[in-house]
Design a protein around this ligand. Sequence first.
Ligand SMILES: Cc1ncc(COP(=O)(O)O)c(C=O)c1O
Length: 353
Amino acid sequence: MSSDQPDGAIEFRSDNCAGVAPQIMEALTAANNGSALAYGGDRWTEELREVVCEAFNAPDAQIFPVSSGTAANSLALAGMCPPWGSVLCHETAHIYKNECGATSMFGAGAVMRGLPGDGFKLQPDSIRAAFESTNWGDPHHSQPSVVSFTCPTDMGTVYTPQELADVVTVAAEKGLKVHLDGARLANAIAALHCAPTAITTDVGVDAFSLGAIKNGAMSTDAIVSLDPEISEQLLYRTKRAGHVASKMRYQSVQLIEYLRDGRWVKLGRQANAAMTELSRGLRDRDIELLAEPQANMAFVRLPNAVHAAWAASGVLFYDMGPDTIRLVTSWQTTPDDVEAALHRLDLVLAAAR
Ligand SMILES: Cc1ncc(COP(=O)(O)O)c(C=O)c1O
């Protein structure tokens, strides 16, 4: 048996379910040769630093490989926010809803404030409203210290560089640092057809999570810091959290291969293209999408009985509550997968009529 999918199943549960891109697997095997200095003292980690500085046009950038997106977000935010500070984020943000308070733990009590915003994006007005409702300098209140945005958002929408620039401008009015949850950064860059710098370095992000696991890597994401003070903190914080791998070469080689020749964006583009086709097919069948899927994720309104029958036909996805499902494509999703899934949906819809 080659995977834990039932025969004929089509995978839309999560991009975390996808395998490892073959080039990354090959690079891992090639690096698995002889010994190398531990804890990042190896030649691959040195090369990775150069690759990242070049990719993000940031000579002072520092990269810290970690083993999950949650570790990347929470350790970066802990390094950006004082214990008495708050992180302003969208009310649907993964750091707020789905990380079990990891930032508060690593941040010695730093708190999250979830803000509303159309399109599941932070808006300048809601950040300003949060500023206005803060008693600045009052030790009875957490002090807003960081603005964190997620791109693509947890609902599959994508900020434009201008929307990001507007958020950063408001953050700068009060001297807040800016963090990006880039668990799917490649999908955002592919969706925007922009350079990697356009939503990171160029808009004034101070640190970001560089997701790789969901998009073809095996076991590493990373934090990229563009601010030497944050980098200094991360040097120690990653170690204290147990995220400095002794055999870091295996993480570094994955990330080098991931970033090499824009592979990460190509993989992200494949995932997005599959979602474009899938969502077009759903719309053609008059099925409601909760938001415009701009990257590789869609939330879809589908009666329970219909989605149960679609699932029974071997299409895998997450049930998100009454009459709602989540579909996620990955670099591995093929046009045939999309076509077959839509065909099975047609059979289900015909049977329901
Ligand atoms: C937007 C976003 N950020 C962060 C994470 C956390 O990644 P991990 O599950 O590797 O901790 C996820 C995971 O699904 C995510 O969707």
